[in-house]
Design a protein around this ligand. Structure first.
Ligand code: DC
Length: 215
């Protein structure tokens, strides 16, 4: 079996930043599964396909090639890593990610990647569904206010103007959709180690995880 690490947590909990660093340190391929849901959302929005049109979404996913190269996500050969973090995709992705058929198809793609490579994967259901047998599972949490703050700074650093209160509301709304949806909701696996990062720096979280992995 390949060496796999699962990292789950809500939006803005620091999962992707931390998974990327740990991946580099341990030579694991980093797979950002949220980016995969975002990619499908972006393509559906571009093609005017609603999240309620399940048959059309199925065809869309069947006809979509997704792959990671140097932490960048390519969809049908186009690097979409920047576009998928913009508010239009962020505001719609939870609805598309809640569609059971979409999840089944993307989970299969994720599991295929984990069969081929040693991976560190972050998402909402990695420890509970995608990589149930992962050697290490972590669940990152942080207060909604701190997570909105982090997203605000991310946007600011990328030159995108957003309103903090709108971001906070969006985070709370997404938390609600992600953790109450019927299929594979955001949840901590029973055997996952929980780390509250509200008051921790990125380096401190990385060190905590590395300590567990090196034990
Ligand atoms: O981590 P993120 O904010 O980029 O995730 C985008 C959306 O995708 C988020 O609303 C929840 C969903 N998602 C999911 O349902 N399951 C995953 N494994 C990863 C993300």
């Amino acid at each position: 079996m390949n060496k796999n690490i699962a990292i789950d947590g809500p939006a803005g909990s620091g999962k992707s930043t931390i998974a990327k660093i740990i991946g580099e340190r341990l030579n694991l391929m980093y797979i950002n599964t949220g980016a995969m849901y975002r990619a499908i959302t972006l393509k559906a929005l571009r093609e005017n396909i609603s999240y309620t049109s399940v048959d059309k979404l199925e065809k869309l996913i069947e006809g979509t090639e997704l792959y990671f190269e140097d932490d960048q996500l390519f969809m049908d050969g186009e690097n979409i890593s920047q576009e998928i973090i913009l508010p239009e995709t962020s505001n719609n992705v939870s609805n598309y990610a809640a569609v059971p058929k979409v999840r089944r198809m993307l989970v299969k793609k994720m599991q295929d990647m984990a069969k081929k490579f040693d991976v560190i994967m972050d998402g909402r259901d990695i420890g509970t569904v995608v990589l149930k047998d992962a050697e290490f599972k972590f669940f990152l949490s942080a207060s909604a206010e701190e997570r909105a703050n982090r997203r605000f700074n991310e946007y600011k650093n990328n030159g995108v103007e957003v309103d903090y209160n709108e971001l906070l509301e969006d985070i709370k709304r997404r938390d609600h959709i992600d953790s109450t949806r019927e299929t594979d909701p955001l949840a901590k696996a029973d055997d996952a180690i929980e780390i509250d990062s509200t008051k921790l720096t990125i380096d401190e979280v990385v060190e905590k995880i590395m300590n567990y992995v090196n034990k």
